[in-house]
Write a protein that binds this ligand. Sequence first.
Ligand code: PBG
Length: 327
Amino acid sequence: MSFPVTRMRRLRRTPAMRALVRETRLSPDRFIAPLFVRRGSGLREEIASLPGVHRLSPDEAVVEAQALRALGVPAVILFGIPERKDETGSEGWDDSAAVQETVRRLKAQVPDLLVVTDVCLDEYTSHGHCGVVRDEAVDNDATLPLLARIAISQARAGADVVAPSDMMDGRVGAIRRALDAEGFEEVAILAYSAKSASAFYGPFREAADSAPKFGDRRGYQMDPANRREAMREIALDIEEGADAVMVKPALAYLDVIAEARRRFDAPIAAYNVSGEYAMVKAAARNGWIDERRIVLEILTGILRAGADFVLTYHAREAAAWLREGSV
Ligand code: PBG
């Protein structure tokens, strides 16, 4: 029965009516907040290209995590800024490095916070690539044991979830086997499964000083044009033992999220990456957009597409806005 019997506007008439029929609910317990950590104490350096995001020393990361937890954000993901970069990225598996130290402190001081750690080499290598470089190319199989070492070191520090973001083939299986062999059967793997070679990572690379010194990442990260290939990547990671999978970036890839939701029953994460955040911040600073409404609309869109949870630099502010009940 169509108009005038059916009138779609009836269900939009009042805030109460709209609340009842709302299909997607934004809530801070669907956010993971990324934190950049480095050695030291009392450090809180703002990252120029990511206003509102800081490089934190472990003690300051605890303060930030407590604020997030108080706002209802259940989890953080840690990225390390090393003191020294080298060819193999050895600070990645140094038990006393910033990430490992921060994990220990978070587990001791914010015990109900879920701690996720990014497993990758690019922040730690002098050449900025996500693996062992041989003849100007990243050697897949030689990289796997190094990734496993990083994951084990993070698990030993107390990480709840390790999240490999390197895009080497077979890394989920290699990390799962290594964790199990060391008695870390309870540590979960959140795989960056469908990760594209994206220009949207620009501000992150400035934050972590991790831009590749030669070439680019197109030999291992995915071609942004490929949705079917993304499904193959996700299927392989689940087969290798991933507990949850990720699509990254989020906004130019909502169709990939939606297709993954239709095909797979595993939890799906989406990474609302640094470039997506930076564009919103820049436009907001210029007074061109209503930041609060834009952010909540973006996060709603990512969840509506089918993500179960979102990694987002907006986590703290968005959680505070949701608490105020501004939607
Ligand atoms: C790799 C990694 C990157 C991001 C997360 N993990 C950078 C890259 O692949 O170049 C990007 C996240 C963002 O842009 O917010 N360790």
